[in-house]
Design a protein around this ligand. Structure first.
Ligand code: ADP
Ligand code: MG
Length: 241
């Protein structure tokens, strides 16, 4: 496939003697929703870390985003180019309102001037359907789902081409997961490419056009989600841990 939005080639990340990501290569097509699965500790979050360079880049290997090599670029530059991410760990929001929190992200990625900031912030909050009544509330008073909305809005405000989501469904109820599924479809339909790491397999299988599976840092299987999940190597990796 020519001209992928993201091209990861032979990416490796070592922590001392541990190889968390081991010679992983894959491409992401423009506009697709690529699912990423794998047992705990298989290197999924580390893969997002080395692609975004938040907080660190790869030990070796090359990463190209929209035709430009990014594996040595400053993280805020990568975000500014349109590659943004969310974190698996629940974000410790500072003592700010919901709108202010998204505003901080807007200055990080885009360096937007103050007068343009409010419009972008409200647009991002609109896209995730964040309750207008709660936008001036302190983030400490928000529910788990509202915090997820805020986390996604903080990535969207940077006007991304690619959005990388690390287990956004964790801690959500069934109805909230359905709402998240609709939100992911809506974001993807605006043309934003999505990489989704998700332990809630029903969600992952429902929205992914393609799936890659990591195991012990290596790429184990890749392709049509239903086919990949039937791959004996994948079944074994899930049962074996
Ligand atoms: P996953 O997200 O698939 O559960 P991770 O990418 O978080 O897996 O972790 C992959 C492996 O790398 C694990 O063995 C984990 O303990 C290790 N690891 C992750 N981050 C670090 C770090 N900053 N320092 C040392 N080891 C790490
Ligand atoms: Mg993880």
């Amino acid at each position: 496939m020519s001209n992928p939005i993201l091209d990861v080639r032979n990416a490796t990340k070592r922590f001392g003697g541990l190889t968390a990501v081991n010679d992983v290569s894959f491409i992401v097509r423009r506009g697709e929703l690529l699912g990423i699965a794998g047992p705990n500790g298989s290197g999924k979050s580390t893969l997002f870390n080395i692609v975004s360079r938040i907080p660190f880049g790869p030990t070796s290997g090359g990463i190209w985003f929209d035709g430009q090599q990014i594996d040595r670029m400053a993280p805020h530059k990568i975000a500014g180019m349109g590659l943004t991410r969310t974190f698996q760990k629940d974000v410790e929001f500072p003592d700010l309102t919901a709108s202010e929190t998204v505003g901080v992200a807007a200055t990080y990625g885009k360096g937007l001037p103050r007068n343009e900031l409010q419009g972008s912030v409200q647009q991002a909050l609109d896209l995730v359907e964040f309750d207008p009544e709660r936008r001036t509330m302190p983030t400490t008073e928000l529910s788990v789902y509202q915090r997820k909305q805020l986390m996604i809005a903080s990535a969207l405000v940077m006007d991304p081409k690619v959005l990388m989501l690390d287990e956004p469904a964790s801690g959500l109820t069934r109805p909230e997961i359905s709402a998240l599924e609709a939100l992911l479809r809506k974001i993807n339909a605006t043309g934003i490419t999505i990489l989704l790491i998700e332990h809630v397999l029903s969600l992952l299988m429902a929205v992914s056009k393609r799936l890659i599976v990591l195991n012990q840092g290596a790429l184990l299987s890749e392709g049509d989600p239903t086919e990949v999940m039937k791959d004996p190597a994948v079944v074994e990796a899930y049962l074996g841990t």
